[in-house]
Write a protein that binds this ligand. Structure first.
Ligand code: TYD
Ligand code: MG
Length: 432
């Protein structure tokens, strides 16, 4: 049979490897119909926000994460929600048998009246099911198990994974169905993992967390329909993932009040400020060889802060082992946490505690200066909302101005804002 005849027998919603669809002639801008921007809620505010306000029809969304982190759990719950709220959902499982998925659904208390399970790895079968069912949502678990008839290579190989993603993209666009694809990443970063697909998908979300911590972060790294870098927080229970709508309050509940080496930072995760505790432990090193270990803070950033503390603040931390940790299994990347990390180290080194109602905000520069951070007002308000009574912020970038402005616009009268342009001074105040 000639190749073209084979092509014609394929379900029409699937195409070649090209993402381009619609007309083949150039159109003048005003003649192009705008995309329907109606959003479908996935049933979790935390996830809707990361998606930019909910699901968009015809979008292809990649959910990446390490094996066992909870991707299947999250998407089965989303599938259950959409089946209840919007219409039929097709859950394609290439990893687990449909009986296993059913068992999981029961555990998650999903009744699943309109939830269809398909244990197929053939792309053509999936496309046929989509055309027949006209689902409100499709979940493909996982992209590493799907197989396109176009190619002879094994499932999970880079060419299969890429080809299948492109075809699923076309299926999503042609049928106006939102499709989630799950992709595994390993700590080493597999070759055929989600990284290779990020450029194809409309939105890319990663589910992160420490396997032995209960918190899971859903982090948006790309979104053609909304802002990126939004973070949704979930918690894994015995009966699935539950959303955590006020994460700061929860992360701060287990703090050991009065302990040294503990500071609270305010980090912007997308549009939301998060208050998180950072901890440091500084001990004289036994073997002359000072060690530095970090969990949740960038290693090179920590080394830089240690150098600044040594040279600009006069703390002889060089002969000490330093351990730094972000509570809750979080990873913080924003430089605005610098001041808090540095203060936690100084607190442990000097054995003096930082008041538990003090929040620390500021980037540290190599000269020991405190540098401006964005969204200062938003961060301070969040701290005040959570019951903090004072904060230290950089003077640079209009810090003093923001402080007076906030005072005039409803910040509690007893909330104290200290502005400083020097790390050394800020640390003195924090440890006072
Ligand atoms: P899973 O969704 O299978 O991970 P992934 O699809 O990312 O590989 O999640 C597996 C882990 O989650 C497993 O170790 C058990 C745990 N889990 C719970 O703690 N509670 C639950 O309700 C479920 C379904 C799973
Ligand atoms: Mg899974």
């Amino acid at each position: 049979m000639p190749q073209s005849a084979v092509q014609q027998r394929r379900p029409t919603a699937l195409g070649g490897s090209s993402i381009a669809q619609g007309t083949q002639i150039p159109l003048i801008l005003p003649d192009i119909k705008p995309l329907a921007q109606e959003r479908i809620s996935v049933g979790y505010t935390e996830m809707d926000r990361v998606l930019g306000g909910g699901l968009v029809a015809g979008s292809l969304i990649l959910i990446g994460g390490e094996p066992g982190i909870g991707k299947s759990t999250l998407l089965l719950q989303v599938a259950g929600n959409i089946a209840t709220s919007s219409g039929p959902v097709l859950y394609v499982s290439g990893e687990e048998s449909i009986e296993q998925v059913k068992m999981r659904a029961e555990r998650l208390d999903i009744s699943g009246e309109r939830l269809y399970l398909l244990a197929s790895i053939e792309l053509d079968t999936i496309a046929e099911a989509v055309i027949r069912l006209k689902p409100a949502l499709v979940v493909v678990d996982s992209i590493q198990t799907v197989l396109s008839g176009h190619l002879t290579s094994a499932p999970g190989s880079i060419s299969q994974v890429r080809e299948c993603t492109l075809q699923l993209m076309q299926l999503a666009k042609n049928t106006q169905t939102p499709i989630f694809i799950i992709g595994h990443v390993t700590k080493e970063g597999t070759v055929a993992g989600p990284k290779a697909l990020e450029h194809i998908a409309d939105a890319v979300l990663y589910l992160e967390g420490e396997r032995y911590h209960t918190y899971r972060l859903l982090r948006g790294v790309k979104n053609r329909f909304g802002a990126t870098h939004e973070v949704g927080v979930f918690e894994m229970h015995g009966d699935g993932l539950g959303e955590v709508s006020n994460p700061s309050a929860i992360f701060l509940t287990d703090r050991a009040v009065g302990a040294t080496g503990s500071a609270v930072v305010v980090s912007m995760e997308g549009t939301r400020p998060l208050l998180v505790e950072v901890q440091a432990l500084v001990t004289p090193s036994n073997f002359g060889n000072a060690r530095c270990t970090t969990n949740g803070i960038e290693y090179s950033r920590l080394l830089m802060l240690l150098a600044v503390l040594t040279k600009r603040v006069g703390l002889a931390v060089g002969s000490h082992d330093v351990y730094a940790n972000v509570v809750g299994g979080f990873s913080l990347e924003e430089p605005a946490i610098d001041l808090g990390v540095a203060a936690a180290i100084a607190s442990s080194y000097r054995e003096k505690h930082i008041p538990p109602d003090l929040a620390l905000i500021g980037e540290v520069g190599l000269s020991g200066e405190l540098r401006a951070v964005n969204r200062l007002g938003l961060r301070i308000r969040e701290a005040a909302k959570l019951g903090f009574k004072r904060c230290i912020i950089p003077k640079a970038g209009g810090g003093t101005h923001v402080a007076t402005e906030l005072k005039d616009s409803g910040l509690p009268a007893d909330f104290d804002i200290f502005t400083s342009s020097s790390l050394a001074v800020a640390i003195e105040v924090a440890l006072h």
